[in-house]
Design a protein. Structure first.
Length: 313
């Protein structure tokens, strides 16, 4: 016979599943896929395209985000003269998540597959924000034939020595607890969103309508939330291995770093990267972790420079 406690837990679990399913339906209705599904090996990547002609540019978003991060910031400044491809990373937005997708090599291969399919035989400028910067670097290491240059925005590049991720990732990532915990996320996650957004932009102001325009609510779907947690939990070990290879990079690299960034330490990431490879570092004194919003024009200029075959300076 079930105890009262067991019955209560069953009821809570059932209620959470119903709530999370309703949330998923609601948020996907508000923010449906607006790109195309590109088959990559046995998976598929959701890619939003802007611009019909010119050099290709592939943009890779960071943790807790999706490809819409760029649709109203950088893409409009480039779409008249470039083919802009904005891809959802595996398990984010509307991209499928293949096995072992927490591996940066797998993520880079998925992004490389987008270029193989949509810009065959061409090199592209790869733009990576935060976590996406780590994926962009991995693309330049694993598929240099696809990369003409890197523009990295507040990139995560190196092992930072322990900790440094939110507590809830430790509950959402494990294979047994994670699926159950993630069903609870739609109950509380959206209510905490405002504070989190303020933190990543600080000291810069949050652009009006940021959450809605970037469809941040997609994050709180249980599978998306788990994918994000697994990515973040695995990142340190992945970077400890990957960063040992940075000396082999042979493409122009421009890095935009907000001096007020409190999400990551520019000294630990960009500082170490500069010791291994030539980097054109642009320090932004009034920006935090989202430099492509407040300094979008400067970032777009850097992308144009590399796409035209110019050097990083």
């Amino acid at each position: 016979m079930l105890t009262a406690t067991a019955l209560g837990l069953c009821a809570l679990g059932t209620g959470a599943c119903v709530t999370s399913a309703a949330y998923k339906t609601r948020v996907e209705t508000a923010h449906p896929p607006i790109g195309q599904m590109v088959p990559v090996e046995e998976s598929a990547v959701h890619v939003i395209r802007k611009g019909e002609a010119g050099p290709p540019v592939l943009m890779i978003h960071g943790a807790s985000a999706n490809a819409r991060e760029f649709t109203w910031t950088l893409a409009p400044q480039l779409s008249d003269s470039h083919r802009v491809l904005m891809a959802d990373r595996p398990g984010h937005g509307y991209s499928a998540r293949p096995d072992n997708a927490q591996d940066l090599g797998v993520q880079a291969a998925q992004m490389a597959g987008v270029l193989d399919a949509l810009a065959p035989g061409e090199k592209a400028v790869i733009v990576g924000h935060s976590f996406g910067g780590a994926v962009a670097l991995r693309m330049a290491l694993d598929r240099p034939d696809l990369v003409s240059g890197l523009v990295l925005l507040a990139p995560v590049t190196h092992d930072w020595g322990g900790g440094g991720h939110a507590w809830y990732n430790s509950f959402a990532a494990p294979p047994l607890v994670g699926p159950v915990f993630s069903q609870l996320v739609p109950l509380v996650g959206p209510g905490q969103l405002g504070n989190g957004i303020n933190d990543v932009f600080d000291p810069a102001p949050v652009p009006a309508g940021y959450s809605e325009k970037s469809a941040i609510g997609l994050l709180f779907r249980p599978r998306n939330f788990r994918a994000n947690a697994r990515d973040v939990k695995a990142l340190q070990d992945q970077l400890a291995e990957q960063s040992a290879r940075y000396g082999r990079l042979n493409v122009p690299i421009i890095v935009f770093s907000g001096s007020g960034d409190t999400v990551i330490s520019p000294r630990l990431h960009v500082g170490q990267l500069k010791q291994q490879v030539d980097v054109d570092l642009v320090i932004l004194p009034h920006e935090g972790h989202m430099p492509h919003h407040g300094e979008g024009e400067a970032v777009a200029d850097a992308i144009r420079r590399l796409a035209s075959g110019g050097n990083s300076r």
